[in-house]
Structure formats: structure tokens, C-alpha cells
Design a protein around this ligand. Structure first.
Ligand code: HEM
Length: 457
């Protein structure tokens, strides 16, 4: 039996047109599908694993469904052979080396660093100011990432360079993945030149930062110190290139998805006043007018509604909305034979809009996480699953909950007049046109806020 071809294929382009122009509606049209469908991407054929069962099979058979293949090579343009892109064998060694940096006992330390960056950024916001939210929050997550990875941080020039380069890269990598036609991306077109320039900027910033860091020559107690000091079971250190690729991987992983996720949280809150009011009540109860640095790890469980808001935002708009693998052997997936070398795509967005797991899937409803069904738990995959599950998942959840709380304690973000934010699904699922006006709010007294928060729960 061969997998059915998905609807809306165009001559020559195949489904690349859908994936470029209307990727989210296209995925929602497939949301109730289970098993495999075939997609055509220009001259290439790929399978899309639909539904949680097929997706989890891909994720839990990492030897058979490994990273690699022609689409994946495009991601390597950016992150080389770092943790997110390495193949099964290399990945095992790399993950063992990196895991200590993400151990639970390090979280409170990172939380303090994050809170410091948050307070500093929020001090700079002014009532009435209009923010380009996506830009502002990516700059914020980049500063947080830089601070947790290279204790000394990045200088302001480097932050501006990276924040400017990242959207160009995300767009270019995605374009190359959905239409993997080599010659088209070598043409001397302005878009191709912009992409190469942005890539060179990123590589230079990382190189200079690692060099400066090495010159300082001491243990900073951060992620880069762990990378520089890491030894495998044979006592071998990571090479310069390996360190470069891991730093690039971590910097992008810790900036793009959390920046996009935060943007969506605030856009969704702006459209759902009751959910927003409960977030504010929790922030007031826990922070009570104090800065975010006052928040201890023990306070996080008191931000349960805020965590549900983040969970639901990651369901509606998972930054990693489309991912890929290659079949390393002839195999069977969701009951269908597929040949070695096949490209297999899967989409957390598609799984997370399956109406059987999430009734009224396009409704933003944080309370669906009060008592989620097993189907909902299985289909919630914003961080992936299995051996390639996001290494920074808990760090990211902490960062998101902390950032939402810190903002909600001091400000409201309201859509600016005439703003028309809309999803932008590229290598990560962000939003464009998210212009928001900053309004200052006065925290309610902790006691009253705590009572209201409890009543609302
Ligand atoms: C909202 C925030 C985040 C989301 C939605 C997210 C999502 C993901 C997903 C879906 C994967 C699996 C990719 C696959 O299976 O092909 C992944 C892997 C990864 N993420 Fe994240 N991520 C987030 C934050 C972070 C942060 C904060 C870091 C680093 C500090 C990070 C670093 C990584 C790395 C290194 C991998 C590769 C893991 C491996 O293959 O072993 N991510 N992420």
C-alpha cells in the first residue's frame, strides 16, 4: 500500500507552495489524518507522519529515523554538526558531554541569571512605548542565552548583529528545506546574498566570542565552561569546530524558539483578558511588586496558571512546528513500507491540532491542562520526544514562566492601533507585525491578589 498524496500539489513546486504560503492551514487540514501522506517538494518526495502515534514511532526509533538526508543538510548550513543535527552515533557522545550543563541542580543558578536579564530589560520599557514584540523578545532571549552560556554575555554590538541576522537565516534555511533545489539558492539574487551575509555574521560572532572567552581562561561556571572542559570516555576534548557548532546550536536553540514562544504568549494573552487577569493575579501574589530576581525556585509551583498558559501557547503555536528525519533502512512506518533514504517529516503543530486529542483545537484554553487526557498528553510535542527531546526543555519552561510573570507584574502589552500580527512559519513558528503598546500596571496588594488568584483557580 502506498501513502496517499496530500491535497493541493502544484505542478513543479508540489507542496512547497502550501508550505511557504499557507503552512498552518495546510497542516490543520491534515490534523485529523493518521498515518502517512506523501508530499512533493519540487523534484523530491517526502512522507509526512500524521498524528501522535506515527510521530512517536519516528521519535522512538532514532536509529531507523535518524537526522540526515537532503532536507536536513540545509539545517547543517547553520549549525554544522552540533547536537541538534548530528547523526545517531555522534549524538550519543555529544549528548553525554552536554547533559551536565542542563542538570536540574543548575536550574536555580540559570534562573537567577535569567531574572537579572529580565529585570534589566523591563527597566528600559516606557509606558506608551510601541514595541515590535518579536524583535524585543528575541533580543531578550538572546541576552538570557548569552548570559547563561557565556557568563560574560555578548556585547551590545554582537546582540544587535545576531538579532538582525537570525530572521534572515531562519527564512533562508526553511526555504532551502522545502525547496531543496541547489542551483536556485546559488543564483546571485539579493535574497541569497543576504542569507550568506547573515550566516557569515553568525559564524564570526560565535568565533570572536569563543576566542575572547578562551583568552579570559577561567571557569565561569556556565555552559561554555562545560564545553571547553568536557572530556569523553577516552579523555578526548571537543575540537574547536565541535565547540563552535555546539555554541551555534545552543545559541539558536535558546534564542529562536523561546523568543517565538514568548511572543505568542503575549499575543494570546492580549486576546484573552480572563487568562491575562489570572496571570497578573499570580504575578502579584508571588512577586508583590518585587523585581523578578526576588523569585526563588520554590516560587515556581505557585505559578500554576501561568505554566498552563505557556503550555497552551506552545500547543497552539509550537516554535518547532515541522521537523525531519531520514530512514536509514527499508522499514515500515504506521503500517506502510518506506524505502531507505526516504525523508520523513512530522509536525508538532499538526499533532497538537488533532480534534480527538484537543476538542476545538484552535481555541486557546489554558484550563484544558488542568486535567489533560492521555491523548492530549501524548500529542503535546513542542519539545519533541525520545533521545532527541529538547535538552533545554525545563530551562525553557522556567524561562517562559519567569518572563511572563516578570512582565505581567509590571506591564500590560496591548495591540498597538492598526497592528495586525500574523503567524510566520519558517524554520521556527514566529509572528510578524506584533506591534504592542506598553502600559504600566500597579500590582495589587499580595494578599488581595492571592485571594483572587485562588478564587479564579
Ligand atoms: C520554547 C522553547 C523551546 C522549544 C519549543 C524547543 C524545541 C525543541 C525541539 C522540538 C527539539 C527536538 C528537535 C528534533 O527532534 O528534531 C529540540 C532540540 C534541542 N533543543 Fe530545544 N527548544 C526550546 C528551547 C531550547 C533551549 C532553551 C535550548 C538550550 C539552552 C535548546 C536546545 C536544544 C538542543 C541542543 C536540541 C537538540 C537535542 C538533541 O538532539 O539531543 N532548546 N528543541
Amino acid at each position: 500500500m502506498t501513502a496517499a498524496t496530500a491535497p493541493h500539489a502544484l505542478p513543479l513546486l508540489g507542496h512547497a507552495g502550501q508550505l511557504w504560503r499557507r503552512p498552518l492551514p495546510f497542516m490543520r487540514e491534515l490534523a485529523a489524518t493518521e498515518g502517512l501522506v506523501t508530499l512533493r517538494l519540487g523534484p523530491y518526495r517526502a512522507y509526512l507522519a500524521c498524528g501522535a502515534a506515527a510521530t512517536l514511532q519516528v521519535l522512538h526509533e532514532p536509529r531507523v529515523f535518524d537526522k540526515g538526508g537532503p532536507l536536513f543538510e540545509k539545517a547543517r548550513l547553520l549549525v554544522g554538526n552540533g547536537l541538534v543535527s548530528s547523526d545517531f552515533i555522534t549524538h550519543r557522545r555529544q549528548r553525554l558531554l552536554l547533559q551536565p550543563a542542563f542538570h536540574a541542580h543548575r536550574l536555580p543558578g540559570y534562573q537567577q541569571l535569567m531574572a537579572g536579564q529580565l529585570d534589566a530589560a523591563l527597566d528600559g520599557w516606557r509606558p506608551g512605548q510601541v514595541l515590535d514584540l518579536g524583535h524585543e523578545l528575541h533580543a531578550l532571549t538572546l541576552r538570557v542565552a548569552a548570559r547563561t552560556m557565556f557568563g560574560s554575555g555578548l556585547d551590545e554590538r554582537a546582540v544587535a548583529e545576531v538579532v538582525g541576522a537570525m530572521p534572515v537565516i531562519m527564512r533562508g534555511v526553511y526555504q532551502r528545506m522545502i525547496l531543496p533545489v541547489e542551483w536556485a539558492h546559488r543564483l546571485p539574487l539579493p535574497a541569497n546574498r543576504r542569507f550568506e551575509r547573515a550566516r557569515a555574521t553568525m559564524h564570526r560572532v560565535i568565533r570572536e566570542t569563543v576566542q575572547a572567552y578562551r583568552r579570559a581562561g577561567r571557569d565561569h561556571g556556565d555552559v561554555l565552561s562545560i564545553l571547553v572542559g568536557a572530556r569523553d570516555e577516552h579523555g578526548a576534548a571537543l575540537s574547536g569546530q565541535e565547540i563552535h557548532d555546539q555554541v551555534m546550536t545552543l545559541l539558536i536553540g535558546a534564542t529562536e524558539p523561546p523568543g517565538d514562544a514568548l511572543t505568542w504568549v503575549f499575543l494570546l494573552l492580549a486576546g484573552h483578558p480572563e487568562a491575562e487577569r489570572r496571570v497578573q493575579a499570580e504575578a502579584d501574589a508571588v512577586l508583590g511588586g518585587r523585581p523578578a530576581t526576588a523569585l526563588a525556585a520554590a516560587d515556581l509551583p505557585r505559578l500554576a496558571h501561568t505554566r498552563r498558559v505557556v503550555t497552551e501557547a506552545l500547543r497552539r503555536y509550537p516554535p518547532a512546528w515541522l521537523l525531519s528525519r531520514t530512514a536509514t533502512a527499508d522499514t515500515e512506518l504506521a503500517g506502510q513500507r518506506i524505502p531507505r533514504g526516504s525523508t520523513v517529516l512530522f509536525s508538532p503543530y499538526q499533532c497538537q491540532h488533532d480534534p480527538r486529542a484537543f476538542p476545538e483545537p484552535t481555541r486557546f484554553d489554558p484550563d484544558r491542562w488542568l486535567d489533560p487526557s492521555p491523548a492530549a498528553r501524548a500529542a503535546w510535542l513542542p519539545f519533541g520526544a525520545g533521545n532527541r527531546q529538547c535538552i533545554g526543555d525545563e530551562l525553557a519552561m522556567t524561562e517562559l514562566v519567569l518572563a511572563v510573570t516578570a512582565v505581567a507584574a509590571r506591564y500590560r502589552l496591548c495591540p498597538a492601533p492598526g497592528a495586525a500580527p500574523r503567524p510566520l512559519a519558517r524554520a521556527s513558528l514566529g509572528a510578524e507585525g506584533a506591534l504592542m503598546t506598553v502600559e504600566r500596571r500597579t500590582p495589587r496588594p499580595p494578599r488581595a491578589a492571592a485571594l483572587r488568584s485562588t478564587a479564579a483557580a
